[in-house]
Design a protein. Structure first.
Length: 305
């Protein structure tokens, strides 16, 4: 780890330690050349005797390549990479704000207008990501930062892939965050539809401060639950949210990948339809009696408290 005041690469002055994530440590630093506050992600060089040496190096190189490919206001900006001591250091913009998970939790679910604004910014970033044939694979509110001015920044491309490259390591590990992970991960099917699924889960959580599928930490039990149970619609939990949001979520997380949205542009079209109060183009809105669903939800909430 680095200490406060340490100078890296003759230009970056460490200000304070921010966080730890997997193999990496994140620091707040000051760029003496650009006169700007930045963020440094340091990753320990793996031991060459480590069985996963090539996998780790490839993952680090891939993250650097991916970050350098994307230029969008809703994606964390990549500035520089260098070696220092036994570390690979990735220099990125510093986001003065907090993550979306905390924003949702603090407000116990967002108002419709606020949630839609944030989600449209997420879509804007992901449209650019997918145009570069990049699959994020770990979209979740913890990896989405919100600046103090309300600007969304998608972060953490550590397990992202460029579409068409080799997808899995020798150990055939399934990576990602379980609650936001599409069920086809079990079959190791990699496509941009993985991110579409995660976006549906995020949209659900934005307005409810809860997840559609919960309580199953084991990956196989979780996906059994996903495949064999239905979800409570957002409009049944937060009565101020239009049922069209339910239709968008259900299309995003459809078990049949061919029935999901084809891309983020289609999701954005349907979101814009809701704002214009016109019928959805891609998703189908179903009318249903919500009385008993509401009773079930509130009983479940009572049992959890």
């Amino acid at each position: 780890m680095f200490f406060n005041g340490e100078i890296l690469d003759q230009r970056y002055c460490i200000k304070k330690y921010l966080a730890e994530g997997g193999m990496s440590h994140v620091y707040l630093a000051f760029d003496k050349i650009l006169n700007e506050t930045i963020c440094i992600k340091s990753i320990s060089w793996p031991n060459e005797d480590d069985n996963n040496y090539k996998t780790i190096i490839n993952r680090i190189q891939r993250e650097i390549i991916i970050l350098s490919k994307i230029r969008n206001q809703n994606i964390i900006h990549f500035y520089d990479v260098f070696n220092y001591k036994d570390f690979i250091c990735i220099v990125m913009e510093y986001v003065n704000g907090t993550n979306l998970k905390k924003v949702i939790s603090d407000k116990n679910g967002l108002l419709f207008s606020e949630g839609i604004d944030i989600f449209k910014q997420i879509l804007s970033g992901m449209i650019e990501v997918h145009k570069k044939n990049i699959i994020h694979r770990d979209l979740k509110p913890q990896n989405i930062l919100i600046t103090n001015s309300g600007l969304v920044k998608i972060t953490d491309f550590g397990i992202a892939l460029i579409e068409g490259e080799k997808h899995y390591t020798k150990s055939q590990n399934i990576v990602g965050s379980l609650q936001y992970m599409a069920p086809e991960n079990l079959e190791k099917k990699i496509s941009k539809k993985l991110d579409i699924y995660s976006l549906g889960i995020i949209l659900y959580e934005l307005f409810t401060n809860t997840l559609p599928y919960r309580g199953k930490n084991n990956i196989y039990n979780h996906f059994f639950n996903v495949k064999n149970s239905d979800i409570l619609d957002v409009s049944q939990i937060n009565f101020k949210i239009p049922k069209e949001i339910d239709a968008i979520i259900r299309k995003c997380i459809h078990l049949d990948v061919n029935k999901r949205y084809n891309n983020c542009e289609e999701i954005l079209v349907d979101i814009n339809c809701i704002e214009r109060k016109t019928p959805l183009i891609f998703a189908i809105t179903k009318s249903k009696n919500n009385f008993w669903s509401k009773i079930i939800f509130w009983k479940r909430k009572k049992n959890e408290s």
